[in-house]
Design a protein around this ligand. Structure first.
Ligand code: UD1
Ligand code: PEP
Length: 434
């Protein structure tokens, strides 16, 4: 079983470069299915397992996909198939994002029901409500969602009950080829929504209002290929900001876009972390003592749920009592038990956790419960006494490229092992040291 083994105590220093954003590239790849003419070229693509999975979904749907050197070329000009089966959707929920494109291109889509996951039940009712408003007939049965429209989708007025990122993206993609204008209200405002809208517009779509609460999409009759650079990953950037802060380090996070991380930066500044804008990124300087704060996760521009577990690591190191309230996902505290195994003083109270810091963290074997938890437990390991072993790295690989190597380059004492033999060598070293 693969593990990350990290020994705490090193102050991080140096420069780390962030990759293209996972949550931007997945919808952009799904949107390439809309191009019935020409190829799409996507640059700054991170080499993540999720990217390989969505590429497989596209190939299954009869598109050609080449992926090399952080560049993807998609040719989706042939007639497309209409089904995304469970074997892909189970691996990665974002596979449902092909539904809007398929409905718009083919008038038909069959997608396996995604089901729940480690962070909550994650229904897709808002996606389906949007497709129905545009004239699709949606049936759910035998583990599949079947959506079909007679002729073209029709522009509609759609109000989302919650600013869901996935529903905003899926409906926006479908609306680009609809007849007439679609107005979407209470939509998500994440930077990844803006990136997708920019990509669609480069393909010939007419999407206005991305980044605000209302989107206006004038349908066009066809879309073509184009070239697009993916925005930097604000969650990976934020994870390295926390790595710098938790170790009292001094790190330049190259590619970090301050406006994409303003809530995170504001909360870390409240804790005493210093930020300096530098060319191409942000310098992050950790203080000697971190102050406790309260956090509530919210849709953008509120505090991102995808940084909640990493901030939990940081708050474990802060002086005093902090509270984190999770409002986006109903079950995103699975990592709390793992932090407790490291001697973290955390209590769950409904949708909040109370953290009494600073905890004297101890190395332990801990299991990642989702991709951000994998990163967060590794961050805690950077300051824990002794060795921390993080398992279930398949989660980490969904969202981070070369995480351990990037931390090692900043001075962390960390390695990733893939065999019992390697682990035994490390245990022998530990025994010798003790
Ligand atoms: C690939 C991708 O971009 N993933 C991100 C995306 O996930 P995702 O797009 O799945 O997240 P949503 O914004 O849709 O979900 C937020 C909340 O809305 C609920 N909901 C959503 C849709 C729906 O039809 N009905 C409904 O009830 C969900 O169960 C959840 O509680 O945004 C999340 C919120 O910022 C991030 O944590 C994920 O990293
Ligand atoms: C929850 C996340 O992603 P996904 O929606 O792909 O599960 C995440 O990136 O933290």
């Amino acid at each position: 079983m693969e593990k990350i083994i990290v020994r705490g105590g090193q102050r991080l220093k140096g420069t780390v470069k962030v990759e293209g954003a996972k949550n931007a590239v997945l919808p952009v790849i799904a949107a390439t299915l809309l191009a019935s003419k020409g190829k799409c070229e996507i640059l700054d693509v991170p080499e993540l397992s999720d990217v390989y999975t969505i590429n497989e979904v596209l190939r299954y749907l009869n598109a050609d996909v080449e992926f090399e050197n952080n560049r993807i070329i998609v040719d989706a000009t042939r007639e497309l198939h209409t089904e995304a089966p469970f074997e892909y959707v189970r691996k990665m929920r974002a596979s449902v994002l092909v539904m809007g494109s398929l409905l718009a291109r083919n008038g038909k889509a069959q997608i396996a029901l995604p089901g729940g996951c480690a962070i909550g039940s994650r229904p897709i009712d808002q996606h389906l409500k949007g497709f129905e408003a545009m004239g699709a007939k949606v049936k759910v049965g035998n583990g599949y969602i079947d959506a079909e429209v007679d002729g073209r989708l029709q522009g509609a007025k759609i109000y989302l009950d919650f600013p869901s990122v996935g529903a905003t993206e899926n409906i926006m993609m479908a609306a680009t080829l609809a007849e007439g204008t679609t107005i979407m209200e209470n939509v998500a405002k994440e930077p990844e929504i803006v990136d997708l809208a920019n990509f669609l517009n480069s393909m010939g779509a007419k999407v206005r209002g991305a980044g605000t609460g209302t989107l206006r999409i004038e349908g066009v009759s066809e879309l073509h290929g184009c070239q697009h650079n993916i925005i930097p990953d604000r969650i990976e950037a934020g994870t390295f900001m926390v790595a710098a802060a938790i170790t009292g380090g001094d790190v330049i996070v190259e590619g970090a876009v301050p406006e994409h991380s303003s809530s995170l930066i504001a909360k870390m500044e409240e804790m005493g972390v210093k930020f300096e804008e530098v060319e191409n990124g942000l310098r992050v300087i950790g203080p000697e003592k971190l102050k406790s704060i309260d956090i509530k996760t919210m849709p953008h521009p509120g505090f991102p749920t995808d940084m909640q577990s990493q901030m939990m690591s940081l708050l474990l190191a802060a002086e005093g009592t902090s509270m984190i309230t999770e409002t986006v996902f109903e079950n995103r505290f699975m990592h709390v038990e793992e932090f407790r195994r490291m001697n973290g003083d955390i209590k769950i109270e409904g949708r909040s956790v109370v953290i009494n810091g600073p905890s004297k963290l101890q190395g332990a074997e801990v299991a990642a419960t989702d991709l951000r938890a994998a990163a967060a437990l590794t961050l805690a390991g950077l300051i824990a006494d002794g060795y921390t072993r993080v398992t279930e790295l398949k989660h980490l690989d969904r969202g981070y490229v070369n995480f351990h190597n990037k931390l090692a380059a900043l001075g962390a004492d960390i390695e990733r092992i893939s065999s019992m033999e390697q682990e035994q060598t490390i245990i022998l070293e530990q025994i010798k040291e003790a």
